[in-house]
Design a protein around this ligand. Structure first.
Ligand code: ADP
Length: 637
């Protein structure tokens, strides 16, 4: 109370006080004035002390100089306790913030806080108003969820209706086409004309239903894009062909200026065509007969750095768009009233879908237009970059997994070898992975594979991928097999970026060398020199151990002690020969699955042995062909 009085006496900063102090010479009038002033002060203090909004005055160090009871209640502290203490809230110097302050029962209370710079006792201070907006927020949230539920119902309804409409409309389209093509008999000029009009309207209906379906798919996150390396020129040509007829009927010129030499885009060709058909369709629609439409593209390198993009422009000299509508036309169902050509009215969804698609493809769409002079719609697409393709693949799957509450595994094979050298291996692997329903992409030294597997399956995924990678290496680049490493990570609800997931996978990488370093081998040969040579070749692979056996008996004695991961076996030995040894190994369950590399001093061209446990025939290799021996051992380990 005293403070307010003081404030009035100083006449500083407090708006209500201004104008109350009137200098007078007459003492009586002065006393009257002071009495009125005192009454005003009392009224004013009563208001401030009882209003539902919290009021605080803070000094430059955020110490509380004054607080009304509501402020105390909102901050869960009696005013007397606040006074003189520093307020531990990050408030702006001036302006407003919303924050959650706890209630005494621990529940959050949503408070709008407005701060104004002011003067208090001649010093800089802040006047802070606190408004409890919890109820308002709750109502807003309820309204928003009701709105969302309504939108969902509307989308579901639209989706169903569009699906139902599509089938009969397709039948109408097909029969009209049959009639027009003369397949049901000759038609006269009038009939052709009427059927032509019918077909145009059917096509328009089909386009609208397509838009409706796309919009409902887009809202439910099901509008898919499948980007890859694509040439823009081809997509533009294909798109233009579908609308050329419309432009011709309005006598409009339609030109394309898209060079074949532009770098490839990273986009979905079908979706790019859809965007171009939409933009050119609009240009035709909103340009008078005889007008001109031009589609061009160029490469843009941002002056501020960052990735270069491809920019497509669709320009017309039609009715143009008012600047205040430049943003709104991309909104759901928005149409500029003045522009609507009653004969060819659309639904106001095309640009909304275009924006959604362009955004999903990692680009941007906007318009420049002058009312009465025409419009140019621009959109950008990323330039193809394998790294981008890999990231897109993972990010896209991540978002889908998050939306559907699923998990998936990301497996990465990295080659510690030049990108050019390993490319044939990746190229050989991709079709195999695709056949097995994996999604995969590679960039440089890295191949990324998406597998629909749970966390518990990561070892299975890694081993399977390792097997496939080794298969591909075996034919494409055997020397690079030891340079490979394999890693797997599963997505989780809190993995938000592709980078984070790939980094997690990378941290758990297992190298081919470390796998080899755990392997135990036995080489069997009766020739001491050959055995020594085989030992050297095999040890050179970096395996854990290579045991030597001079014949069948030594081998089976060694097997009693420890089972190896692979046996290199000479086929021609006195006593127990290789065939006999293989027979015994395959008969015993403990040893049947151990891979065997068969070698011989004398190898005929088609010398092969069937290994039923591996389900393949394996060649008998020449002991002299060290490269082949190493290649097979690496492959089978
Ligand atoms: P629709 O064409 O079905 O109305 P769109 O979303 O494609 O829906 O376009 C929204 C609105 O933007 C159109 O109704 C029109 O008012 C305006 N518009 C779009 N393209 C052009 C253009 N090239 N020239 C003038 N106005 C345009």
């Amino acid at each position: 109370m005293q403070r307010w009085c003081k404030l009035h006496q100083n006449e500083t900063g407090w708006p209500l006080a201004r104008g109350l102090h009137m200098p007078v010479s007459d003492m009586n009038r002065r006393e009257d004035d002071e009495a009125r002033l005192e009454e005003c002060r009392r009224h004013f203090a009563a208001i401030v002390e009882t209003i539902d909004d919290g009021i605080l005055v803070l000094d430059a160090q955020s110490r509380v100089l004054y607080g009304n009871p509501t402020a105390g209640a909102l901050l869960n502290a009696p005013v007397q306790c606040l006074q003189g203490n520093t307020l531990d809230l990050s408030l702006p110097e001036s302006g407003s913030v919303e924050m959650d302050l706890p209630r005494p029962d621990g529940e959050p209370r949503h408070v709008l806080i407005r701060a104004h710079a002011t003067m208090w006792d001649g010093k800089p201070a802040r006047l802070v108003a606190l408004l409890d907006i919890t109820k308002r927020k709750e109502t807003e949230d309820e309204l928003e969820s009701a709105r969302q539920a309504q939108l969902r119902m509307k989308d579901e309804f639209l989706s169903r209706v569009s699906h139902e409409l599509r089938s009969p409309l397709t039948a109408v389209y097909q029969y009209v086409t049959i009639l027009l093509d003369g397949l049901a008999g000759e038609i006269n000029a009038d009939q052709r004309n009427y059927l032509g009009i019918t077909l145009r309207n059917v096509n328009q209906l089909r386009a609208m239903i397509g838009d409706l379906l796309d919009v409902t798919r887009s809202r439910s996150g099901k509008l898919s894009v499948a980007p890859g390396e694509m040439k823009l020129a081809g997509a533009v040509r294909t798109a233009i062909e579908t609308v050329r007829h419309e432009a011709q009927t309005k006598n409009q010129t339609l030109t394309i200026e898209v060079s074949e030499d532009l770098p490839s885009a990273f986009a979905d060709p079908m979706r790019v065509q859809q965007i171009i058909v939409n933009l050119v369709g609009n240009a035709i629609k909103f340009t008078r007969p005889g007008g001109a439409i031009r589609v061009s593209a160029r490469m843009c390198v941002p002056a501020t750095g960052g990735r270069a993009t491809l920019e497509v422009a669709v320009a017309d000299n039609g009715c143009g768009i008012d600047p205040e509508d430049h943003e709104r036309i991309f909104h759901h169902l928005y149409q500029v009233d003045k522009n609507i050509d009653q004969k060819r009215m659309g639904l106001g969804l095309g640009l909304h879908i275009c924006r959604d698609l362009v955004t999903r493809l990692g680009g941007r769409i906007w318009v420049k237009s002058l009312l009465g002079h025409g419009s140019t719609f621009f959109f950008t697409l990323p330039i193809y970059d394998p790294e981008l393709a890999v990231m897109f693949l993972v990010q896209n799957r991540l978002e889908r997994a998050r939306a559907n509450g699923e998990t998936f595994a990301v497996a990465v094979v990295v080659a510690d070898a030049p990108a050019d050298a390993i490319r044939p291996v990746w190229e050989a692997l991709l079709p195999v992975l695709k056949r097995q329903a994996f999604t995969a992409a590679y960039a440089g030294q890295r191949l990324v594979v998406l597998a629909e597997e749970e966390e518990s399956q990561t070892d299975f995924v890694r081993n399977h991928l390792r097997r496939l990678a080794k298969d591909a290496c075996f034919t494409a680049a055997p020397d690079l097999c030891p340079s490979l490493s394999y890693s797997v990570a599963t997505s989780s609800a809190d993995t938000d970026t592709a980078e984070a997931l790939l980094e997690r996978a990378g941290a758990a990488a297992i190298t081919e060398c470390s796998i080899l370093a755990k392997k135990r081998l036995i080489a069997v040969d009766d020739d001491e020199n050959c055995l020594r040579m085989l030992h050297r070749v095999l040890t050179g692979l970096g395996v854990r151990s290579v045991r030597k056996a001079g014949g069948g008996n030594e081998l089976f004695a060694a097997l009693e002690e420890e089972l190896p991961d692979l046996i290199v076996l000479d086929i021609q030995m006195p006593g127990m020969n290789g065939h006999e040894i293989i027979g015994r190994l395959k008969e015993d369950d403990r040893t049947a699955a151990i891979p065997i590399v068969v070698v011989s001093g004398y190898v005929g061209e088609h010398n092969r042995i069937e290994d039923k446990s591996l389900g393949m025939t394996i060649p008998v290799l020449s002991k002299l062909n060290i490269t082949e021996v190493r290649r097979w051992v690496q492959y089978l380990l």
